[in-house]
Design a protein around this ligand. Structure first.
Ligand code: SF4
Length: 220
């Protein structure tokens, strides 16, 4: 019976590593990344396709133990799409209960309502050029709090114009901070920065710090 209980708490884990958080509110802070395997989306710019498959089963106690070993307070649960594994919610609960500052990077395609609001949810809204805008689960917006963030990865001027429309249509800046990030290699960062300034858009421009430091190296 004990083995059945343990089996219910397992997750398919792609990797765990220590790096600097490259995005969102905690950018620049040493952070442990827990990357879960699997994602039902296929964004055109995906840089973690290696996490779609494979990985190893690990029970939540073992994940907590490995996180503890790194000795830092910030933990980011990411993927893939971490919420594609139902027990991700359990992992997040355990991490916040253990006193970590926890963020969750999610595609915006799956329901975030079961996630503890002590977790800072970084919710993507997929633009048309991601190839996955039809997967946006717009009902997620009503579950966001000021502790969360919304992220648009902008691949083109058309994406930018579309994203701007969504800000108003869904009242996004009133809910939480909104991030606009240039898609690596597709939009020049300066170009996006100029558009935001010209439009006085109430969003935060961000670049992926880890890519500036380490390029597309895995585990960074
Ligand atoms: S949601 Fe994230 S992990 Fe999934 S395909 Fe898109 S960019 Fe890749």
């Amino acid at each position: 019976m004990a083995s059945d209980a343990a089996a219910t708490e397992r997750l398919k884990l792609s990797e765990i590593f220590l790096s600097l958080q490259g995005e969102a509110r905690s950018a620049g802070l040493p952070t442990v990344f827990v990357r879960l395997t699997g994602c039902p989306l296929r964004c055109t710019y995906c840089d973690t396709a290696y996490a779609f498959y494979g990985g190893e089963w690990s029970d939540i106690d073992a994940i907590l133990e490995r996180v503890r070993g790194f000795g830092v307070k910030d933990v980011c649960v990411t993927g893939g799409e971490p919420l594609a594994q139902k027990r991700c919610v359990q992992l997040l609960d355990r991490l916040v209960d253990a006193g970590y500052r926890v963020s969750l990077e999610t595609s915006g395609a799956l329901d975030i309502s079961p996630v503890d609001t002590r977790v800072s949810r970084v919710l993507d809204i997929k633009t048309p050029d991601s190839g996955e805008s039809g997967r946006n689960l717009w009902s997620n917006i009503e579950h966001l709090t000021p502790h969360d963030q919304i992220k648009f990865v902008i691949c083109s001027r058309a994406d930018y114009d579309w994203a701007k429309t969504q800000l108003d249509a869904h009242g996004l800046p009133g809910r939480c901070e909104v991030l606009f990030s240039p898609s690596y290699g597709q939009v020049a960062p300066r170009e996006l920065a100029d558009w935001i300034v010209a439009d006085r858009l109430p969003v935060r421009f961000q670049m992926q710090l880890h890519k500036q430091l380490w390029g597309e190296e895995q585990g960074r």
